[in-house]
Design a protein around this ligand. Structure first.
Ligand code: RFL
Ligand code: PHB
Length: 389
């Protein structure tokens, strides 16, 4: 088999890239190691920047998003027992939209089916070859048979644990990493959200976040230790802990119910440079990870794909290599700003085991400055709604 672009990974980055390329008649295949049901079963991001919504809209992928997505013009910061609203829209003229990554993925899968473009689920032992030369190839196994795909370019959209970045010779890659000494325990429940906007809470017991998926489905998180196990957290223990980390009004009005999902995610910042090696490109979590505090991971994957799709279309339709030659540098400039913001939000809101009372006092002073200064609130707001890429 031969295609112009072989895409590894059928998460949001791979599916969106495939869609944008197919729309421009650049033929491609998506190879995904898991089943469709498994990919749709993962609960992850919830907040889309306006730029992400705009791209999905212009690609014809946002019919359901515009019906079901919740447009938010602000977020709340909770500390010292009170909540303070950051007026995202008033400060930047932009909103964010709460619409689950699961739904984005669902819409992308439906769109790919509608275009009749190929996607191979449960592709085992995917391997990439020859990307440092003129004729790259991708091999995979399906139902016990080995297949080979010849292509012009390989797009590594296979997440942090994928095979693409791991196949690049170590000497060609520079990585930067910070692992945080805690995780997030997330719970999903079919109960109305405690507030109509998100609440990010700094509390001496640890960080908490109140988010949602719809007017009847809530997504909540509490900071937990890295050694914690989901089995140690009954629903009751989770709700009690969450209430303790919020203001009295939220704690008293919160509606609780049985969880439909609970999981622990570690927090990490990671960047691999560059994002291109010959005819292999990395996009999304394959190239960079941010802690979820700034709600940037999925949005960064989308902004990489915006640049990569344009670069590849330019190459195939106009014969210009400018886009592919500048892809890595342009992405990384934007990526590092999101890495900085996500690190800063994480540092501001979590309880760190080693910074002691001094660290807490500094956090507190920063939070007060933030809610009391238009300049500081605007800085948070413009990063949260998304910097231009
Ligand atoms: P994904 O989603 O990991 O998809 C990669 C796909 O590649 C497949 N794969 C392979 N396929 C073939 N061969 C191999 N060898 C393969 N190895 C892997 C995988 O099965 C998978 O299907 O990466 P992608 O597409 O780059 O998308 C990135 C986003 O998923 C991620 O950045 C966000 O979920 C991060 N994130 C958030 N981002 C936001 O923008 N806003 C948020 O509010 C937000 N909240 C979150 C988050 C991530 C979280 N967790 C669980 C880490 C909240 C949480 C708790
Ligand atoms: C979510 O709804 O899952 C969510 C929202 C905001 C974040 C992280 C996760 O910063």
């Amino acid at each position: 088999m031969r295609v112009q672009v072989a895409i590894i990974g059928g998460g949001p980055a791979g599916l969106l890239l495939g869609h944008l390329l197919s729309q421009a008649s650049v033929d491609n295949i998506v190879l995904e190691q898991r089943s469709r049901e498994y990919v749709l079963g993962r609960i992850r991001a919830g907040v889309l920047e306006q730029g992400t919504v705009d791209l999905l809209t212009s690609a014809g992928l946002a019919r359901r998003l515009h019906k079901q997505g919740l447009v938010h013009g602000g977020v709340e910061l909770c500390f010292d027992g009170s909540r303070h609203r950051i007026d995202l829209h008033g400060l930047t003229g932009k909103n964010v939209t709460v619409y689950g990554q699961t739904e984005v993925t669902h819409d992308l899968m439906d769109a790919r089916d509608a275009l009749g473009a190929s996607i191979v689920y449960e592709a085992a032992n995917v391997s990439v070859h020859g990307f440092d030369g003129a004729s790259p190839r991708v091999r995979y196994e399906k139902n016990g048979q080995t297949h080979e795909v010849e292509c012009d370019f390989i797009a590594g959209c296979d997440g942090y644990h994928g095979v693409s970045r791991a196949s690049v010779p170590e000497a060609s890659l520079r990585t930067y990493e910070r692992v945080y000494p805690f995780g997030w325990l997330g719970l999903m429940a079919d109960v109305p959200p405690v507030s109509h906007e998100l609440i990010y809470s700094n509390h001496e017991r640890g960080f908490a976040l109140c988010s949602m998926r719809s007017p009847t489905r809530s997504r909540y998180y509490v900071q937990c230790s890295l050694s914690d196990k989901v089995e140690n957290w009954s629903d009751e223990r989770f709700w009690d802990e969450l209430r303790r980390r919020l203001d009295t009004r939220a704690a008293e009005t919160m509606i609780t119910g049985p969880s439909i999902e609970k999981s622990i995610a570690p927090l990490r910042s990671f960047v691999a440079e560059p994002m291109r090696f010959g005819r292999l490109f990395l996009a999304g979590d394959a190239a960079h990870i941010v802690p979820p505090t700034g709600a940037k991971g999925l949005n960064l994957a989308v902004s990489d794909v915006r640049l990569l799709s344009r670069a590849l279309i330019e190459y195939f339709k106009e014969g210009s290599a400018v886009g592919i030659d500048t892809y890595s540098e342009r992405c990384l400039r934007h990526v590092w700003k999101a890495v900085r913001f996500s690190w800063w939000m994480t540092s501001l809101l979590h309880k760190f085991p080693d910074t002691g009372e001094f660290g807490q006092k500094v956090q507190h002073a920063e939070l007060e400055y933030l809610v009391g200064s238009v300049a500081a609130s605007t800085s948070l707001a413009e990063n949260y709604v998304g910097l231009p890429s």
